[in-house]
Design a protein around this ligand. Structure first.
Ligand code: SAM
Length: 292
């Protein structure tokens, strides 16, 4: 221990001056804090963000635990129901109907179509006026079957729909056998984007088209949205059977089909139209890629 007996004893005036300094510093600190409280939106944002992160983390944990407890079939049933009923407002958005109509115009009379990850069949109505050839509905989740059957009945589609159990990573079709592959919001969910696209390319005939719409990672310019996607991603994957909010398959599509054969567009759906939780899906990549 240090020997304090030899330390100089400060004079009373020095002590008063030091005390004044300390008090002055404290006043400056208090003043700065008060100024911050009044002035700083940033402080407010940080507090809100902390509350949001806490809430989101809690909800994510509870949701994940609940979904794990549900069991595989329960989760698949929940997801199929959520896609069939929970996405109807998204499907009804004029912007969505417009870009889907334009993309589905790349289907010609008599085309044989393979829709990968068809879900409940929200695209069936876009085939109805096209006199298509065969329609094969590739879907790994059997809980969607009853919704597909119901939605075929509602769609005025004249063509028989074959529900094909399977995954995009291994499409049960011969090489060069399909005119059009359709995939809407599917690359978010597959185990391997690269392998799925290789399979899409393999089964397409030369001149065949891959029509896609994907929700993707928010652009760097939309920092708040990117942050919200990051926070919600674990819960989304748990609730939506492995659907990732932060993927962007454009690079892999270009690598598979070649830059000159890919016609893509990226945009963020108007925030006036799109309500939570769909705003997390608002950044979009849509397009048509052609096999040469
Ligand atoms: C977000 S949902 C989209 C469903 C539908 N295409 C739509 O637009 O509403 C993702 C779909 O991909 C399916 N899916 C998941 N993994 C898949 C895989 N490896 N191959 C093909 N489909 C898959 C899911 O079962 C689900 O139907």
């Amino acid at each position: 221990m240090a020997d304090v007996s030899s330390l100089p004893i400060p004079a009373k005036e020095d002590l008063d001056t030091n005390l004044d300094d300390v008090l002055q510093q404290d006043l400056v600190t208090v003043e700065a804090t008060l100024l911050d409280d009044v002035m700083s939106d940033e402080q407010y944002l940080i507090q809100s963000r902390r509350a949001f992160i806490g809430g989101a983390a809690g909800t994510a944990t509870l949701g994940t635990v609940a979904m794990c407890a549900c069991g595989c079939q329960g989760r698949q049933k929940f997801f199929a129901n959520m896609m069939n009923n929970g996405m109807s407002d998204y499907e009804a958005l004029p912007q969505v109907q417009q870009f889907k109509s334009q993309l589905f115009d790349h289907i010609a009379v008599g085309d044989d179509i393979m829709e990968i990850g068809i879900g409940s069949g929200p695209n069936l109505k876009y085939y109805a006026d096209k006199s298509i050839g065969k329609l094969m509905a590739l879907e790994p989740n059997r809980e969607f079957d009853e919704y597909i059957i119901q939605n075929v009945a509602k769609s005025n589609l004249q063509t028989k729909v074959d529900i094909v159990p399977g995954v995009a990573e291994s499409i049960p079709k011969a090489d060069n056998s399909v005119d059009v592959v359709v995939g809407t919001m599917v690359m978010c969910s597959v185990s391997s984007v690269k392998q799925s696209l290789a399979e899409v390319y393999r089964v397409l005939k030369p001149g065949g088209r891959y029509i896609y719409t994907e929700h993707i990672a928010a652009p760097q310019t939309a920092k708040a949205l990117a942050c919200a996607q990051q926070l919600a991603d674990p819960l989304q994957q748990a609730l939506a059977e492995g659907c990732h909010l932060r993927r962007d398959p454009e690079h892999e599509i270009i690598q598979t089909f070649g830059q000159e054969n890919v016609n893509s567009e990226r945009f963020v759906l108007s925030s006036d139209d799109i309500l939570p939780p769909h705003f997390l899906l608002s950044p979009h990549l849509i397009g048509v890629a052609t096999k040469t």
